[in-house]
Design a protein around this ligand. Structure first.
Ligand SMILES: *Cc1c(COP(=O)(O)O)cnc(C)c1O
Length: 369
């Protein structure tokens, strides 16, 4: 191993889905595997989630839904992020459930269903306050009229309604209840028109973990599948989730330097005493946040070291201290079961653990998987 190695414990994903299923009680689990499963690998992560009992898979991009089918997945799949350019024919043919956010998108879906003479399964997206996907409650009746008319023609099957929360990671936030109320109003409107939905869904990971009364029929956890809690577990046990991603590199150079040695670009770290520096083969081209210079830690031989100075494109330096036992070729764990967590990196780089795993998992090809 000479550069960055990202490895995924797929059994952890299976375990985490089992944990989430336990928390969801009556509700089914849609495993959100968008963005290459948050950098964990779309197909193997999806298979691991199915093994844990995920009845549904959720992806933002239609192309990811089609990739899941092409990869052999035969279960329910939901996709939600597209405009009128949506490959609706391919999605209907592949038996993928589609979100509908506007009359225009519904029109595209209906046209494709007419061509194929096969109904599309649709879930109405309701913007209950996130200001993102979906129709507002105000515009819902108009969309509903169109959907009901298309259903009467056999062109769509209205199977679901869904929304997404803005502040789920603050479980007591007032907007959660406001959004839930708006969602219930939307469900009432739909129910009043005689539509019986198969699935109503609102909860992301944080809501799944903290607000059981808002699970409805289906929960949509993403980050928690990968073992990363979106919020602190009050019990300090990470909700029993196991992180799936480990990120390791290698110490490629170990050398003694005197006190006062500036380290890396612009000498943002200066050795306080005669010491030994270690050079690690991983940089911002691999996903190591440049903002984490002088802040994030790595683990080598059971000890934590803070990055010394700036992170470079392919490398960074740590101060190993005098009399170190670290040698060239030693493994440096950036993220691992015993090393720092993605959440630690997020704190060091002023971001969220979601972005950490997406970057490490998603940047340039790795030496091995
Ligand atoms: C990403 C996403 C999720 C999963 O969110 P997490 O916070 O990762 O659990 C669920 N639903 C939608 C619509 C999303 O975009």
């Amino acid at each position: 191993m000479s550069a960055l190695e990202v490895s995924i414990d797929y059994d952890a994903i299976t375990h985490n889905v089992e944990v989430l299923r336990g928390m969801a009680e009556g509700a089914a689990v849609m495993a959100v595997v968008k963005a290459d499963a948050y950098g964990h690998g779309l197909l193997p992560a999806a298979a691991a989630a199915r093994a844990g009992g995920a009845a549904w898979l959720g992806v933002a991009q239609p192309g990811e839904a089609l990739a899941l089918r092409a990869g052999g997945d035969t279960g329910r799949i939901f996709t939600w992020l597209f405009g009128t350019e949506v490959p609706a024919r391919a999605l209907i043919a592949a038996d993928v459930d589609m979100s509908v956010s506007s009359p225009e998108v519904l029109g595209a879906v209906i046209a494709a269903a007419r061509d194929l003479t096969r109904p599309a399964r649709i879930h109405l997206a309701v913007d209950t306050g996130l200001g993102r996907e979906g129709v507002t409650l105000h515009d819902l009746p108009g969309l509903l009229d169109l959907a009901i008319a298309a259903q009467a023609e056999g062109l769509v099957r209205l199977v679901g309604a869904w929304s997404h929360l803005a502040w789920a990671d603050q479980p007591g936030h007032e907007t959660i209840d406001l959004q839930a109320d708006t969602f219930r109003s939307a469900l009432m409107l739909i129910g009043e028109r005689g539509i019986e939905l198969e699935v109503r869904h609102l909860a992301n990971s944080a809501c799944t973990l903290t607000r059981p009364e808002l699970h409805f029929d289906l929960v949509r956890p993403g980050i928690a599948l990968y073992g990363l809690p979106p919020i602190e577990d009050p019990a300090g046990a990470a909700f029993g989730l196991r992180p799936a991603m480990a990120v390791r590199s290698t110490v490629v150079l170990v050398k003694d330097v005197p006190a006062g040695q500036g380290v890396s670009y612009a000498h943002q770290y200066v050795t306080p005493f005669p010491t030994t520096l270690g050079l690690i083969s991983a940089g911002y081209a691999d996903g190591v946040f440049r903002a984490a210079g002088n802040r994030a830690e790595v683990e080598i031989r059971g000890r934590r070291y803070t990055i010394a100075g700036r992170v470079c494109m392919d490398q960074f330096v740590v101060d190993l201290g005098p009399a170190t036992e670290v040698r060239e070729g030693d493994v440096a764990t950036l993220i691992g079961p015993d090393g720092p967590t993605a959440t630690d990196w997020a704190e060091a780089a002023d971001t969220i653990n979601y972005e950490v795993v997406c970057r490490f998992g998603g940047l340039r090809p790795k030496e091995s998987a």
